[in-house]
Write a protein that binds this ligand. Structure first.
Ligand code: MSP
Length: 661
């Protein structure tokens, strides 16, 4: 495959203050998936991750444990590397901020900024949030606490060095405005400008004398470098910036993308670019701020005590299943509720049923009807050509989505092909073709088509599920390495597998899970607690939607909290043992899909619902109705005379996902 150029991607470097949770793994899985995809599609890719080991937080933890900070971090870093191995996070380099190469680089950058007058000595007086390692002014505090994490701050007053950020404020605003791709998703750019840049940038305190566990300022060693200045430099220190061996820096910098969680976008899009600009180096091409994994609406994190251990999940359900869920379930820029139930439901539906059954049925039929030998293509019909066409188009669709960090959409396109293959089995009914000898050549076409689609699906899922393809290739008897590559699904030719190859049925790719049993034995929260709003919703379902009482008036801000979106019903079925409930799968266009349970079964049949566009309360906290997760509510009104419910629908021509208001 032609070399398409370089691609440099980074994760944030993680604090080794505790074991990492599935929220951290989310960021690394996305970065790894992107790196694998770029490698597979012909880019010379470099993927950096690491650990952010200095600062007050680590200093205090080590003290409390009775070990030195270095001993403390060494132990945790080993665990982090084990986790990445378990999850197939295949980085090219792991930088630690305690590495000598990093320390030297930070000192060099600091000195350069000092020598050119961008860093000066003064006195700091203000507030410091140790968990966030952030400085705040009195005005920025929220109820006297850290505006980011809400925890108490500490007074700090000491001699410090300052970085002249104020000097670069106008340049920074202009840069962000002139480079719309620099901060993604775009809404985060507006947030940076209006919340941090427009109110005025103050010079940043960039050294501490009270914190010993840090990189000493080499020309004034009683000072240690502020942890964020230290940490951000990792992206270039790892490439040998400023040394005699800066080949990697020259090859890969500027980074194509820094992938970071949304709460640290501001460090990466204000402090970091100003530092780089001041030392005369180019800026990263993009900073992508992804959403959080939340539980009951709260960010998963040690301080809330709601963490889920990725090691437990990977050991129990396989790392490929965990990776698939993380990349499939939520649109990448937005927050996503993590529940074990939703993960297991996905694994059963998409992996055990859709993909697993497709592979096992295909191989089993070749075994049964052709004695395990892959048949050649015989006569083709419209139905085959339609599927071939979809299989040939899917890689392009996937590539477009992955390049926009829309992992969920990319997997959705692959699963569309999986679904169409399963439908193709139902339509062509190979078991009927097998009954008559004269249909043998036709049966060959059908089974060859399925095996070839399975090969293509295996190639395409590799960037998210690196272990599964080899298991699929073994079952369809594929050995040639060139037929496992991206080039082999993008050359415009459908038939790649060689007729005559022996297939061999293996173990089920993903055994079906008994979800209720799994939920009982796991420590992870099974589903969000019901909050008042969904309870009211459930109550209203019971009362047959009698009119609730409303306040006489509300402020526009109250209304602005409700996100209404146009949604299209993709599928709909009755909820077992319920006369009132229908379960609907809804499309929000580029915002993905939702499942909603609604009490309209008495007025609408599932068949009537499919294809309709409805109005969805999209940011309603998920709730369980009849044991099924409902991710929002669709709007209806009751008719005055008989209380019949009628759906709120929209004018034709509206986009799925369009925001109403
Ligand atoms: N050390 C800093 C980053 C310095 S980069 C120069 C840091 N470390 S962290 O360990 O607290 O977080 C690392 C990454 O994990 C961040 O991008 C953060 O957003 C992400 N996550 C932590 N909890 C998360 C969730 N619950 N969900 C998704 N991502 C989460 O910040």
């Amino acid at each position: 495959m032609e070399n398409k150029g370089t691609f440099y991607i980074t994760t944030p470097i993680y604090y080794p203050s505790d074991n990492l949770h599935i929220g951290h793994a989310y960021c690394s899985t996305a970065a790894d998936s992107m790196a694998r995809f770029k490698r597979m599609t012909g880019y010379d890719t470099y993927f950096l991750t690491g650990t952010d080991e200095h600062g007050q937080k680590i200093e205090r933890k080590a003290k409390a444990t009775g070990v030195t900070p270095q001993q403390y971090v060494d132990h945790i870093v080993d665990g982090i590397k084990d986790l990445w191995k378990l999850m197939d996070i295949e980085y090219d380099d792991f930088i630690r901020t305690t590495d000598e190469r990093h320390v030297k680089c930070v000192q060099k950058v600091f000195k350069k900024l000092y020598d050119q007058g961008d860093i000066y000595k003064s006195e700091y007086e203000g507030w410091y949030c140790t968990p966030c390692e952030s400085f705040w002014t009195e005005l920025q505090l929220k109820d006297g606490c850290c505006p980011d994490c809400g925890r108490p701050v500490e007074k700090a007053k000491e001699e410090s060095y300052f970085f002249r950020m104020s000097k670069y404020q106008d340049w920074m605003i202009q840069y962000i405005q002139e480079h719309p791709d620099f901060i993604q998703p775009a809404s985060r750019a507006n947030e940076m400008i209006s919340n941090f840049l427009k109110p005025g940038l103050e010079d940043l305190c960039v050294s501490r004398t009270s914190i010993k566990w840090g990189i000493p300022v080499d020309f004034d060693p009683k000072h240690t470098v502020y942890v964020w200045v230290d940490a951000l430099t990792n992206y270039i220190s790892a490439l040998g910036y400023g040394t005699d061996h800066d080949e990697l820096y020259r090859k890969y910098w500027p980074a194509d993308v820094h992938l970071v969680g949304k709460e640290i976008v501001r460090f990466h899009t204000i402090i970091w670019p100003i530092m780089l600009h001041a030392i005369g180096e180019p800026l990263p091409k993009q900073v992508f701020g992804h959403g959080w994994l939340v539980i009951d609406g709260k960010k998963m994190g040690k301080s809330v005590g709601n963490v889920v251990d990725p090691v437990v999940l990977c050991n129990r359900y396989s790392s490929d299943a965990v990776r698939y869920f993380l990349m499939r379930e939520m649109p990448f820029g937005a927050d996503g509720e993590f529940t074990l139930r939703s993960m297991l439901t996905r694994v059963n539906a998409d992996l055990a049923n859709d993909l697993g059954n497709l592979v096992s049925r295909t191989v089993a039929m070749i075994e049964k009807y052709f004695d395990s030998v892959l048949p050649a293509v015989g006569p083709t019909e419209e139905v085959d050509r339609t599927l071939w066409e979809l299989a040939l188009q899917t890689p392009d669709t996937v590539e477009t989505s992955v390049n926009a960090f829309q992992f969920s959409q990319a997997l959705g396109s692959i699963w569309k092909l999986v679904g169409e293959c399963n439908r193709y089995i139902d339509i062509t009914a190979p078991w009927i073709l097998a009954k008559q000898e004269e249909n043998r050549a036709r049966l060959g076409t059908v089974l060859y088509t399925l095996a070839e689609c399975v090969r293509r699906i295996a190639v395409m899922i590799a960037f998210v599920m690196p272990k599964t393809p080899a298991r699929i290739f073994a079952q369809i008897g594929l050995e040639q390495e060139e037929e496992k590559t991206w080039a082999s699904v993008t050359d415009g030719q459908f038939c790649h597998l060689r007729p005559g190859t022996r297939v061999a049925k293996g173990e089920a790719l993903f055994p079906r899970l008994d979800i209720e049993k799994e939920l009982v034995r796991d420590q992870a929260p099974a589903e969000p607690k019901q909050t008042d709003v969904p309870k009211q919703q459930a109550k209203q379902e019971k009362k047959g939607h009698s009119a609730p009482e409303f306040p006489a008036e509300i402020a526009i801000d109250d209304f602005a909290k409700v996100k209404l979106q146009v949604a299209r019903v993709l599928a709909c079925e009755k909820v077992e043992k319920s006369k009132k409930l229908l379960k609907l799968q809804l499309s929000l266009g580029k915002d993905g899909e939702r499942q909603v349970v609604s009490g309209i079964a008495a007025w609408y049949t599932p068949e009537e619902m499919v294809g309709k566009q409805v109005v969805l309360v999209a940011n309603l906290k998920p709730a369980k109705l009849a044991g099924i997760e409902s991710q929002g509510m669709i709007l209806c009104a009751a008719t005055e005379n008989d209380g019949k419910l009628k759906l709120m629908t929209v004018e034709p021509g509206m986009d799925d996902g369009a925001v109403i208001g």
